[in-house]
Design a protein around this ligand. Structure first.
Ligand code: UFG
Length: 329
């Protein structure tokens, strides 16, 4: 089986490419390297190119036979999406349509799509399952929800089958230490906390300590990147087995506060992490925790690294490697 991985040089995509290779599948990665890294693609064929390049996609689908597509190529900064929505609608929605139309034109009709917990907006229940109301509160979340709706229509009209996977907080890194999370600029909590632990930055600023949570800081559901990859593989195999299109929420179902993440990072690294307290970040819900029962029951998904300490220690291994490489240059 041959899988086209769009956005396979990014954080989650690169872990997926490695996972597909380990599972004995053939991969082609298409990535424009706008936020990904060529050396993060450790397996299979690599093509530098843009998701919105219709001619390139048509040539690619003509020259290779794909059994399925995984689509990770999206912008994903909530704040940036508020300030520059055009960038988000152009890439996350319009370019995705170009991909879907190329798939249709060439008879490729199995897709696993990276969606997000951001489609739900402010949580109305302690745990968010697939039936939770979808009411995104920022353009990023709206782009993900729009594509989900497009995919439902494309299934009904054209028979394009898809799995829509809503990630909660992707975190951690390849346990082998070969690849990891390398956003530039980095905005996510765990890598920033670890940069403060390694000395690559001075401190970590906690965005708000007056939330209605036990310690006043925001609660999130951190899910290991490789567990997300396992869910993708299960989802693609389900499509290959003829299962209908579906949507799944992917998280551990456990919430950890920003303060608890910092404490876990201190325990894992043995470093004292300097902490500053700042105002709330715009658009942050107090608590986002998944109910992933459906993925467990229907896909047989069983996260292998649910403990926060494991997630943080794999990310720490990657931070130490990045630091050592920086010191060499
Ligand atoms: N945080 C800090 N300080 C920082 C960075 C983050 O206190 O320097 C806090 C945030 O306020 C938030 C928590 O740490 O409470 C986690 O923040 P992240 O930026 O790591 O992740 P988000 O929960 O904001 O975002 C994630 C994904 C998005 C997705 C969103 C869904 O990264 O792509 O979940 O709501 F849209």
């Amino acid at each position: 089986m041959h899988v086209l991985v769009v956005g396979g040089a990014g954080y989650i995509g690169s872990h997926m490419v490695k996972r597909l290779g380990a599972a004995g599948l053939e991969t082609t990665t298409l990535d424009n390297l706008s936020s990904g890294w060529r050396n993060a693609v450790t397996f299979g064929e690599f093509i530098k190119g843009d998701l919105g390049d219709r001619d390139l996609l048509n040539d690619l689908f003509r020259s290779e036979k794909f059994d399925g597509v995984m689509h990770f190529a999206a912008h994903m900064e909530v704040l940036e999406s508020v300030e520059n929505p055009a960038k988000y609608y152009a890439n996350n929605v319009s370019n995705t349509l170009t991909l879907l139309d190329a798939m249709r034109a060439h008879g490729v009709n199995r897709l696993v799509f990276s969606s997000s917990a951001a489609i739900f907006g402010e949580p109305r229940r302690p745990r968010i399952d697939e039936n939770h109301a979808r009411a995104p509160i920022n353009p990023y979340g709206r782009t993900k929800l729009m594509v989900e709706e497009i995919l439902r229509d494309y299934d009904a009209a054209y028979g394009l089958k898809s799995m829509r996977l809503r990630y909660f907080n992707a975190a951690g890194a390849d346990p082998d230490g070969e690849i990891g999370e390398s956003h530039e600029p980095e905005t996510h909590l765990i890598p920033l906390v670890l940069r403060a632990a390694s000395g690559r930055r001075g401190n970590i600023t906690v965005f708000g300590e007056d939330y209605d949570t036990p310690d006043g800081t925001c609660i999130r559901d951190y899910i290991h990147v490789n567990d997300l990859c396992d869910a993708h593989l299960l989802a693609l195999r389900a499509l290959w087995n003829g299962d209908p299109s579906a949507a799944y929420n992917l998280g551990n179902g456990n919430g950890f506060s920003v303060r608890e993440v910092i404490d876990a990072a201190e325990a894992v690294t043995g470093a004292g992490i300097p902490v500053a307290y700042g105002p709330r970040r715009k658009g942050d819900p107090a608590r986002l925790v998944s109910d992933s029962t459906r993925a467990r029951v229907e896909l047989g998904w069983d996260p292998r690294h649910p403990e926060l300490e494991t997630i943080v220690s794999h990310a720490w291994q990657w931070e130490l490697k990045t630091l050592a490489e920086q010191d060499l240059t």
